[in-house]
Design a protein around this ligand. Structure first.
Ligand SMILES: NC(=O)c1ccc[n+]([C@@H]2O[C@H](COP(=O)([O-])OP(=O)(O)OC[C@H]3O[C@@H](n4cnc5c(N)ncnc54)[C@H](OP(=O)(O)O)[C@@H]3O)[C@@H](O)[C@H]2O)c1
Length: 366
């Protein structure tokens, strides 16, 4: 049975895991806490970057000899395979850990099985403690493994009457500095930040994380079918972070840095590029989470393709009365086909409201 001490240790491991958000892809975020027989914490660690030691290895190093006979709490099933680092199941065995409590089973084919390896070697290995909390902390990575494409969070900032720009296309700034700082946190947690050519043309956004120390900058992606929106000198091409400009196979893109050009097929039906191919190409490059920052036309295409996994809307107490809505055509023509969402959180951010929602279970299936 799980004790209060078990829960405290696992919750600490989940907190540690979150420190890796934005810098571990294509790996998951993982936290680990090791406690001795008296329940005292003797080692802690989290996975900091792909290619670096796993959480368990950091925690085992911190624990040293005190790991013998101890309990390890891990947010994800210890890996059982040799990648850039050795299997954590073997590292835990070698250190003499006698009990392993992990929250979520590893769904990766080839990496799973660490729990069984530990059990077969005589270690008490238990799965499921605080599984929902640990799963939420790793939502993007787990979804990307299960769906074979990056997890997509669509974020927008709108007035209370649902507009993301004024009639003359000006949109700076609808929301408060506090809300905009919060967006930089979302960027920092994402592997890639994505906008459409309309936004690139109107706003010339830099799409980098600002105001957060030591951050791993996300990949910046502009979907610019005909290679006409991103011009030499565009802010998104500065050297703050890597950039990809997704263009059609046949687009003339000689004015763009060669390494920045991502060639993709056009959409089979409708305008622009094939969204599934775009997400597939990003997944191949190790991107596990995408922050879709609009605008409304591209967001509509993502909704139509069934590829929005989470929505974060910042609503400002501002009225415009005219101007584009947050979401353009998403292929929904009647109320019975509306994409219904479940609200998972509402928070006041300065004068604004942040609403987080996910597709309601009946409509997920994407
Ligand atoms: N407040 C906010 O949160 C927010 C956020 C972002 C933008 N904005 C505002 O939104 C406005 C721009 O929005 P927008 O809707 O015109 O532009 P957008 O959504 O940024 O870009 C739309 C363009 O993306 C390209 N695209 C490529 N593949 C596509 C596909 N499969 N489906 C649809 N489009 C695809 C299309 O142009 P090509 O095919 O020619 O490339 C399309 O016209 C600006 O005023 C900006 O300030 C506000």
């Amino acid at each position: 049975m799980d004790t209060a001490a078990d829960i405290t240790a696992m919750r600490r491991a989940i907190t540690l895991a979150a420190r890796g958000l934005g810098s571990t892809s294509p790996n998951p975020v993982v936290g680990c806490v090791i406690t001795d027989a008296a329940g005292a914490v003797v080692g802690e660690g989290f996975h900091q970057r792909a290619g670096g030691p796993h959480a368990e290895v950091h925690a085992l190093r911190a624990a040293g000899e005190r790991a013998r006979g101890s309990t390890a709490y891990v947010t994800l099933e210890p890996c059982d395979h040799t990648g850039r680092t050795g299997p954590c199941s073997q590292a835990l065995l070698a250190a003499g850990i006698s009990r392993v409590v992990y929250a979520v089973a590893d769904p990766t084919p080839g990496a799973a099985g660490g729990g069984d390896t530990l059990r077969h070697a005589g270690v008490r290995a238990e799965q499921g403690l605080l599984a929902d909390e640990a799963e939420a902390g790793n939502a993007a990575w787990l979804a990307s493994v299960r769906r074979g494409r990056p997890y997509v969070l669509w974020k927008y900032a709108a007035t209370l009457d649902g507009r993301i720009a004024a009639a003359d296309a000006t949109s700076r700034w609808i929301t408060s500095p506090e809300a905009r700082a919060d967006v930089h946190r979302l960027r920092a947690e994402a592997d890639a930040v994505l906008v459409g050519s309309g936004t690139a043309r109107t706003d010339d956004p830099q799409l980098a994380v600002r105001g957060i120390d030591g951050v791993t900058q996300p990949l910046r992606v502009v979907v610019d079918t005909n290679a006409t929106a991103v011009k030499p000198g565009a802010r998104v091409l500065d050297d703050t972070a890597p950039t990809l400009v997704a263009v059609a196979d046949d687009a003339p893109a000689g004015h763009l840095p060669e390494a920045a050009v991502l060639r993709l097929p056009r959409a089979g039906a409708g305008p622009g590029l094939d969204i599934t191919a775009l997400l597939g190409a990003l997944h191949t490059r190790g991107v596990r989470s995408v922050l879709l920052e609009g605008g409304p036309t591209l967001a509509g295409a993502f909704v139509a393709a069934g590829t929005v996994d989470k929505v974060v809307g910042y609503l400002a107490p501002v009225l415009l009365g005219a101007g584009p809505a947050a979401l353009a055509d998403a292929g929904i023509s009647t109320i019975s086909r509306a994409l219904r969402l479940d609200v998972t959180e509402t928070v006041r951010i300065g004068p604004d409201l942040r609403i987080t929602a996910v597709p309601a279970p009946a409509r997920k299936g994407n």
